[in-house]
Each structure stands twice: as structure tokens, then as C-alpha cells.
Design a protein. Structure first.
Length: 621
């Protein structure tokens, strides 16, 4: 999962009852749960779901909607979006249903049970936005019901389970308008344009395969034998799959080249939902991983160029989850409990190594340069030091659903990635540059794979066996121990040191704050109040509320502000600068000559040429 600084669900502790029901055996008919989801009939912005299970032999069964799903690390209680649960026998007579808690319902007289029906509310409509810790469900794990336009089916929000039936076949039929296309990695076995039928081997597989129905806007391409489906929902048509796919394709080709044989997926689906934000709509931005797909949510207002860059960073993170935890994971993930979850100790690997790979592959494949990579790492070091740097990562991971550990969750993207970096460097040094952490993950993948789990307490020993004793010492000292990592010591092994240098100040930025904002509706660039104006902005005569139209005769607006900010980095002392503005609805031309100012900064740079071959093996090998 990759979150963009917005939402994570409020943790609450609810324990659901487990049933010990038995299923009747029928050798003539395969055991399966038949589910029907009707997207054609929407009642009060709710979707009707019908569930037909096999015959039970006991008097009572319990039907659950998940409290938590893999990859979210947050108890979200999807049962709060379920209304009007009813049960019926084969003749249509009602059977008693008792609600046990937010996510569970007891069905009486289960021997006669033929069908359960209920209505599903969507989560997007109830999102309030804000920061982490809110009650909102993280949007990429949420659901949307927008009649005739968009349905985001994260299936854990629509379909539940009986404890006894989690590991049998689920057959899901979705009825929909002919104008809607269902984007998913699941195979539709129904030839009709009005319904889709998907068959999965177990409930976990259903949860692992989201579906988005919307007006067809998708592209497909093939990367080294893997078919990629990219589907986009842009409510106002601002973005399209065709326009955004070059960035995605370039990224995924680079990822496949980086991973090599470790990824064997034949199909992968990227679902992009773009939110209008101001309406009842998604407000938690980022992405959620699955074995063969990723769901992504961003604001529709993001300029195309910026959105392309976000896709590279965020989707690449999710795609690397095909390595871990989707292909290398513990028993807690293999047998995930959607009702009474038990969390693994190894978020440093699941999220940390994934986040590290999402950055490393970009420098490895030439998408960014070394300095850009170093800047990312120093930012992570700074962020990690602002968190609890002595809290054992394994303890935090195992207890991430409760305080005080849940407040440290974001450190999985910071210190978690830095743990991976240091292990990578240590392995490189011990192997004379021949191997790194990617080699370790390939060995772990061969040892376990998607169907075989490891025991949490045995992972460190297995990693030490596959690498070096020093790696085992690192893990016990810095990952399960309380000692902060001496990052400079590890970076020095590859000739990198933290050095101070003079940096040119951006002429439109003062005290790390831009003096320019934008109008989302008109796309105009607006000058902020005087307190935000830099020396350059004062010198050229800019005033609050001026609209910037051109700089040196080149037009700019909100969609091209990133390009504008990049161009000013090329200004030289004494350069003649002109800015065309609109002030009080009258156009003016302001001119001046640039007088650059400098500030002291620091960052990681090459400092020891004798380590160049090891550094190159680390970044390029």
C-alpha cells in the first residue's frame, strides 16, 4: 500500500464470534458460494447483493463482512456499510437473522438457508478527508456507487464469508449496463455484454481482485509476456488512459527489467479512479496492491505531467508488492483473518523493501539520476528521525493496529526503506558487489513462493542462512533491537557522504514556501500575499493577487507550474527577465535583471572514488 499523506482508518477493537458449522456434502454438485451483484437497480444509492451458499448441517451459521483486509493495516469495519440483511429458505420464506456486531450476522435455522440478501452503501460518499487517524476508509480500499457512471468494486465491501466456506469456490455474477466496462484481472466466463461471471478458488482470491465498472477508457500493452490493462475513470474527461499510458508503460518495462525472473505474472491490471473532491467523493489518495492488480485514487485536478510522475512513484511501489508480501509472506498473511486479525512482525520487509525497490529501480534503469536518488534517501532519513527511532520495528509491526504503535506506521515507508538500503549495501560489500537485496528476495521467493508461508520467528535465521552473519547481526540490532541505524556508516561503504554545499534559492520561494498559488477552476497562477514574496518577486514588482500569464514570453498556468519552476533553475546572474501579469484586469509587463541568492544546504554526494565500483554495483548492478 502507498498512501499520499491523507487517510488511514481509525482503529477500533471489535471481536467477532466464530461459528463451528458443518457443510452438507453433495458429491454430485461442487461446493461453491454463488453471489449476484446487480448494478442496474440502485436503491437509495445502494446496491443489492444476493449470496447463495451450499447446504449447512447445523442450526446456526455466522456471515461476516471483513473488519480488515490485507495491505491496509487498519481495522475499517466494512460491515457498517451493510443494510437490511435478510435470509430466506428455498420457498422464499424469511429466516431469522440476528446482528452480532458491526461486521457479523447470525443466521438461524441454517439447515433451511437458501439465500442471503442485503444492500451495500459505498464508502466514497462518506469520506470527510483530512489526515491519518480519521474514520475514513482509505479510498483505494473503498467502494463507489455512482449509478450509470462508476462502480468501484473492492469485493470485500460487497461480499462476505462464512468461516467454513472461505476456502471453497466463489462464483460471482455482476449484472451491469451494456455501456459499462469491468476492468479487472479476473476472467469473465460470461459472453453476455450485460453480465460478467467470475470464478475464484477461495474468498481471499475474490478480495484480491478489485473490479471497476465505468465507461470504457482503457489501454492494453504487453511487457515481456505480461499483459497490462490500464483503465481510467476521469469524471470530466480531463485525463485518459491513452494520454497517461506512456508513463505507465515506460515504468513497467523498467520494473520488469529490474526484477528479471522474479516476477512471473501473466496479467496485471492498473485501475485509476480520479476524484472530483468537492463532491461526495474519494479523498484518500494513493494506491493499494493486489497479486495481479493495483487500485489507484488521485484528484482529477492534478495536471497531466504531475499525474504521470505520481503514477510512476505510486504504482511502482504497488507493483513491487508482487515480490513481498504477495510472493514472500508469513502465516499471518497466508491465512489472513478478516475478523480477528493477527499481524506479522515483518512490515520492514513487506512495505520497506517494496518502497526501497520503488526508488532503487528508477536510478537502476535511468529514470532518475544518482543525486535524485540520494535526495530521496536523505529525506527518508530526516523523516525517520522524527519518528520513534528506538521502537523495535518487529514490535511495531506485530502491534500496528493499536497504540502507541499505529502512530508509527508511516515509518514503514521511511525507516523500512532505509533498513532495506543498509542490508543491500552490506550484502554488496560482503559479495564484492556481485549480489544485493534483490538477490536475497529471489532466493526467498524460490524458498517459499505465493503458496508457502514462513513462520515469523524463523525469518531472520533464514535470511542469515542465505546471506552473511553480518546481516543477521544487523537484523537483531537494528530491526528487532532498539539501536538507531548509523546511516552514514553504511553509506560510507559505497563512498557516499553527507556534505554541505551552496545552493541557489528558487526566485519564487521564501522560507520553503512558494509565493505563487493557483486557481483550480481558471488554472491561473496567482501571487500570494506580501509575506510570501521573495526578494526577486519584490524586485521585479509583483504584488498580491497578480495573475502571472507569461515569463520571458512563454505562457504558464496551473497545469504547467512544475515546468515553470524547473525553468527558473537555469537562470544566471544578470539575466534579463520579463513577467507578463494581469493586475486589476489590466495586463502589464514587469522586467528586471536576476540577482541570484544562495543558501547553505546538505545532501549525500560521492566522496570516495575508491568505492566507485561498489557504488556502481549497488545502483546499477
Amino acid at each position: 500500500m502507498r498512501k499520499i499523506l491523507l487517510t488511514i482508518g481509525l482503529i477500533s477493537v471489535l471481536i467477532s464470534c466464530k461459528s463451528t458449522s458443518k457443510i452438507a456434502t453433495d458429491t454430485k454438485k461442487p461446493q461453491e458460494v454463488d453471489v449476484t451483484i446487480d448494478l442496474n437497480i440502485i436503491k437509495d444509492d445502494k446496491v443489492l447483493v444476493a449470496v447463495v451458499p451450499p447446504k449447512f448441517q447445523t442450526n446456526e451459521v455466522i456471515y461476516h463482512i471483513p473488519k480488515i483486509v490485507p495491505g491496509t493495516y487498519s481495522e475499517d469495519n466494512y460491515g457498517r456499510y451493510i443494510d437490511d440483511v435478510k435470509a430466506f429458505d428455498s420457498t422464499g420464506n424469511p429466516i431469522e437473522v440476528i446482528k452480532l456486531d458491526t461486521n457479523s450476522w447470525t443466521i438461524k435455522n441454517a439447515k433451511s438457508l437458501n439465500k442471503i440478501t442485503y444492500l451495500v452503501n459505498d464508502t466514497f460518499d462518506s469520506e470527510k478527508g483530512g489526515g491519518f487517524g480519521k474514520e475514513d476508509i482509505f479510498s483505494p480500499a473503498g467502494t463507489n456507487i455512482l449509478e450509470g457512471k462508476n462502480f468501484m468494486l473492492n469485493n470485500h465491501g460487497f461480499v462476505g464469508y462464512f468461516n467454513e466456506l472461505k476456502d471453497i469456490t466463489y462464483k460471482v455474477t455482476v449484472s451491469h449496463s451494456e455501456t459499462l466496462f469491468g476492468a479487472t484481472s479476473l476472467i469473465d466466463t460470461d459472453a453476455s455484454n450485460l453480465s460478467d461471471t467470475f470464478i475464484v478458488s477461495r474468498y481471499n482470491e475474490l478480495v484480491d481482485n478489485p473490479i471497476m465498472y465505468s465507461k470504457p477508457d482503457y489501454t492494453t500493452f504487453n511487457v515481456d509476456g505480461m499483459e497490462i490493462l490500464f483503465s481510467v475513470y476521469s469524471p470530466n474527461g480531463k485525463h485518459s488512459a491513452k494520454a497517461l499510458s506512456p508513463d505507465l508503460e515506460k515504468m513497467m518495462r523498467a520494473q520488469k527489467a529490474f526484477l528479471g525472473s522474479i516476477n512471473t505474472n501473466k496479467k496485471y491490471t492498473v485501475i485509476l479512479y480520479l476524484s472530483e473532491m468537492q463532491k461526495k467523493d474519494a479523498k484518500g489518495f494513493g494506491a493499494l496492491e493486489h497479486n495481479t492488480s493495483t487500485t489507484v485514487v488521485f484528484p482529477e485536478m492534478i495536471p497531466a505531467g504531475s499525474l504521470g510522475k505520481e503514477i510512476i512513484d505510486v504504482v511502482s511501489h504497488e507493483f513491487f508488492h508482487t515480490v513481498t508480501p504477495l510472493n514472500i509472506h508469513s502465516n499471518e498473511i497466508q491465512n489472513f483473518d478478516f475478523t480477528v486479525p493477527k499481524m506479522s512482525k515483518h512490515l520492514w520487509m513487506y512495505e520497506g523493501i517494496t518502497e526501497y525497490f520503488a526508488n532503487l529501480f528508477q536510478v537502476n534503469q535511468g529514470l532518475i539520476d544518482e543525486n535524485a536518488f540520494y535526495k530521496r534517501m536523505i529525506k527518508k532519513i530526516r523523516n525517520a528521525k522524527e519518528m520513534n527511532d528506538t521502537m523495535p520495528f518487529t514490535v511495531m509491526s506485530e502491534n500496528v493496529l493499536k497504540e502507541p504503535y499505529k502512530d508509527q506506521y508511516l515509518n514503514v515507508y521511511e525507516k523500512g526503506a532505509l533498513i532495506a538500503m543498509c542490508i543491500d549495501i552490506e550484502i554488496r560489500e560482503k559479495s564484492d558487489g556481485k549480489r544485493g537485496i534483490l538477490d536475497l528476495m529471489k532466493k526467498l521467493s524460490a524458498e517459499y513462493g505465493s503458496k508457502k508461508a514462513f513462520n515469523d520467528d524463523e525469518l531472520f535465521a533464514k535470511i542469515t542462512e542465505l546471506t552473511y552473519p553480518e546481516i543477521g547481526t544487523f537484523l537483531t540490532t537494528y530491526v528487532s533491537g532498539t539501536t538507531p541505524i548509523p546511516y552514514d556508516v553504511y553509506l560510507a561503504k559505497v563512498g557516499i557522504a553527507n556534505k554541505k554545499f551552496q545552493k541557489v534559492r528558487n526566485p519564487f520561494i521564501k522560507n520553503n514556501e512558494s509565493g505563487i498559488t493557483g486557481n483550480a477552476s481558471t488554472k491561473e497562477l496567482i501571487v500570494k500575499s506580501n509575506t510570501y514574496l521573495s526578494d526577486f518577486m519584490f524586485a521585479i514588482g509583483l504584488k498580491a493577487d497578480d495573475v502571472i500569464e507569461e515569463i520571458n514570453m512563454k505562457k504558464y498556468n496551473l497545469e504547467t507550474i512544475s515546468e515553470m519552476m524547473s525553468s527558473v533553475q537555469n537562470w544566471k546572474d544578470g539575466d534579463a527577465i520579463s513577467i507578463k501579469i494581469k493586475r486589476n484586469n489590466k495586463e502589464q509587463l514587469l522586467t528586471t535583471n536576476v540577482k541570484l541568492s544562495f543558501e547553505e544546504s546538505e545532501g549525500y554526494q560521492n566522496a570516495d572514488d575508491s568505492k566507485k565500483s561498489l557504488k556502481d554495483a549497488w545502483l546499477k548492478g
